[in-house]
Design a protein around this ligand. Structure first.
Ligand SMILES: C[S@@+](CC[C@H](N)C(=O)[O-])C[C@H]1O[C@@H](n2cnc3c(N)ncnc32)[C@H](O)[C@@H]1O
Length: 273
């Protein structure tokens, strides 16, 4: 009798980044975790390493603690998405393949000649995809985690776009002090605390106006409820300096919690007569 491959067992979930599978099963005992890891390695050809995520994504660098379950003893991999490839160390930097559609959606909106700010670079997946899709734009990105920043630099070279991305290692709050009216488009991919950065994003948009792609976490009884809460909070913060033009749930992040993106159009600043 043949048994069901572990990855097809109802309720069992995992994600694949490059050639690494990450499973979440904090309540399963260690020997069972190892057996599941070995089964995944055997059943899915692409996988060379199986890791278990030990807790939620956390800390300033948004990192997850990993436990090695099976395969080669490493946490580094190369992940491919939309013709780009990213070198990643899953135990030292943030990366989520679940945001790939969102990265492509934003990249498709960028027009020739734009000056784009990515406030939280990670290993640079947003910036690199934008630079590849829109060869006539320039991007500035900022990242606090030195390991992520160094991988972002390598990734920009690997994808042949390093000349069009200015990559800053630093704290976004500090780096943007005094920056005013410089960008056509700003991305704020730090959903846990994005409201703290909205004012500096608005200030950094050119006086002719521009766009902000704003990511946040919202609680709600449903998708629609969470989107509505985000709309109310954002319109209060915008105070008629702009409008929410589009929003959607990017992914569910837990019972009653959603990650939401909102595209904000920032109006031109009227010159005093
Ligand atoms: C949720 S991750 C998003 C990374 C990337 N945009 C992506 O989609 O993979 C947020 C990133 O912001 C960085 N970060 C957190 N606080 C920061 C700060 N104050 N200044 C600059 N980067 C920061 C973290 O280290 C992390 O890499």
């Amino acid at each position: 009798m043949t048994s069901t491959p572990v990855h097809k067992v109802p309720g069992f979930s995992f994600e694949i980044i490059g050639d690494i599978a990450i499973v979440k099963m904090p309540h399963t005992d260690k020997s069972k975790r190892k057996t599941i890891g070995e089964a995944l390695l055997r059943d899915i050809r692409q996988i060379r390493v199986v890791l278990a995520q030990k807790g939620p994504i956390g800390g300033e660098y948004r990192i997850r603690e990993m436990e090695h379950l099976a395969g080669e003893p490493r946490t580094t991999t190369i992940h491919k998405e939309y013709g780009c490839s990213f070198s990643i160390d899953l135990s030292r930097v943030y990366f989520s393949p679940r945001l790939s559609t969102e990265r492509m959606r934003v990249a498709d909106l960028v027009t020739p000649g734009e000056y784009v700010l990515n406030m939280f670079a990670g290993v640079s997946p947003f910036s690199i995809l934008i630079a590849k899709k829109q060869p006539q734009c320039t991007i500035v990105e900022i990242e606090l985690n030195l390991v992520a920043h160094e991988l972002a630099q390598k990734n920009a070279i690997r994808n042949k776009v390093s000349e069009r991305i200015e990559q800053i290692h630093g704290d976004t709050k500090r780096e943007l002090e005094g920056v005013q009216g410089r960008f056509d488009r700003v991305i704020i991919p730090l959903p846990e605390s994005s409201f703290e950065f909205l004012e500096s994003a608005i200030r950094s948009i050119k006086k002719q106006g521009g766009w902000i792609h704003f990511y946040t976490h919202m609680h709600g009884r449903s998708n629609a409820d969470a989107i509505e809460s985000a709309r109310v909070k954002l319109e209060e913060s915008l105070r008629s300096r702009g409008s929410l033009r589009y929003s959607r749930v990017v992914k569910g992040i837990g019972p009653g919690w959603y990650q939401i993106v909102a595209d904000l159009e920032i109006y031109p600043i009227q010159q005093a007569q």
